[in-house]
Design a protein around this ligand. Structure first.
Ligand SMILES: *Cc1c(COP(=O)(O)O)cnc(C)c1O
Length: 384
């Protein structure tokens, strides 16, 4: 009989640097008395991230959602923006906060990203852009989306909150679309506690994004747009500088953990790991299982509940769909008929504990518990 874990196992743990090292950087901040407004740590972090993500321009923000709101502003979008319902709340909210209308397109069953065929069906005279999400680090169909955007003269923003370090056939994920957003929230692979960034290839955007990020202040005499406060402070930038050095070893640990999950669950009918196709460098931010209830015999929700009894806290990302939120459910594009794949997938996915410090023996035990849940099926059949 398997015993519950003595301490809770959560879906993730934030990457944290050595506290002594952090203290050293904070001493420098104290010495300089420069706490925010494009300070030296902020500048250094921007440079290091630009190199790490291999992009031309990068602008750090205080969180991913502010960055997304600023991206919509910078591209001067209007009317309707086509997006996915299978994402975190920040994605459609960033459209809505710009007083634009999110229009939901369906997703693809294989990698859960927005379906280009469904995008095309939702284009109207009012459509100004596509806001696509590299969900769970799985790259969108960037070639097809680019084609649609060119044909209909639409802008493209990518939400790459899950895709830090993802590459498509050697091309860094930040190279696609007009603007790509990253989130550095504590739960993401790379974190600054709260934080984010926009990356882009157009030099003209650099000026407007910097302006929007800093209240629209051009100089001491002129405020030229109604901007926002999107600045990151020196304390968080210091945390980022140290965490960035840990990413390489964190990713190696996570790759090993992923291999263990894959090995332990191999051949388990009805359970599969969401995996990147060949040619894709995976961000390793999430470990997502898909549960086919008909084959496994037990639903995702029951697995989620049973694992909790053993002190294993998984997450049903991204349940509920954004199209089911009170604020969006009355939109015509939110109807279940319009989003059949998203409505099916959202009942199948389960994000499992996944972080570098997770022990291999714990992963094996989590998989054993998962496999033992099947016995409920046999018992429930007997009782019937
Ligand atoms: C985390 C996340 C964001 C941004 O979140 P912040 O907490 O504001 O940094 C945006 N989109 C997705 C898909 C996310 O998971």
């Amino acid at each position: 009989m398997l015993k519950p874990f003595p301490k809770p196992i959560y879906v993730t743990r934030p990457l944290l640097p050595n506290l002594h090292e952090f203290h050293k950087l904070l001493s420098e901040v104290w010495e300089s008395q420069w706490l925010t407004n494009n300070g030296p740590k902020h500048q250094q972090l921007e440079n290091e991230l630009r190199e790490y993500l291999k992009v031309k321009y990068l602008s750090i923000f205080n969180n991913g959602m502010t960055a997304l709101i600023a991206a919509v502003q910078a591209l001067e979008l209007t009317g309707e923006v086509i997006t996915t319902p299978f994402t975190f709340a920040a994605t459609p909210h960033a459209i809505y906060w710009n007083r634009l209308k999110p229009v939901f397109a369906d997703i693809k069953s294989d990698n859960l990203t927005i379906d280009p065929l469904s995008i095309e069906k939702h284009i109207t005279k009012k459509t100004s852009a596509i806001l696509a999400v590299h969900v769970f680090g799985q790259p969108c169909d960037v070639v097809a989306i680019d084609k649609i955007a060119k044909k209909h003269k639409l802008k493209v923003i990518y939400d790459a909150a899950h895709a830090f370090g993802t590459e498509i056939k050697g091309v860094p994920i930040g190279k696609f679309g007009d603007i790509t957003m990253f989130s550095f929230h504590a739960t993401k692979l790379f974190n600054t506690a709260e934080g984010g960034a926009l990356v882009f290839n157009n030099s003209k955007l650099k000026k407007s994004i910097e302006l929007i990020k800093n209240f629209g202040i051009k100089n001491e005499r002129e405020v030229i747009v109604s901007g926002i406060n999107g600045k990151m402070n020196e304390l968080q930038a210091s945390l980022g500088l140290l965490n960035l050095r840990e990413i390489k070893s964190e990713r190696i640990k996570r790759q090993n953990i992923r291999n263990t999950y894959a090995r332990e669950l191999k051949g388990e009918a009805g359970i599969s790991l969401l995996e990147s196709p060949s040619g894709i460098v995976d961000s390793l931010q999430y470990l997502v299982l898909r549960i086919d209830e008909k084959v496994f015999g037990i639903s995702r929700d029951v697995i989620y509940r049973e694992l909790k009894k053993y002190n294993v806290f998984t997450r049903k990302y991204f349940y509920p769909l954004c199209s089911d939120y009170n604020c969006y459910k009355t939109f015509p594009s939110s109807s279940k008929n319009n989003l059949p794949v998203a409505n099916k997938v959202v009942k199948e996915v389960l994000s499992m504990p996944f972080y570098g410090a997770l022990k291999e023996t714990d992963v094996i035990k989590i998989c054993d518990i998962l496999k033992s849940v099947k016995e409920l099926r046999i018992n429930s059949k007997r009782n019937n």
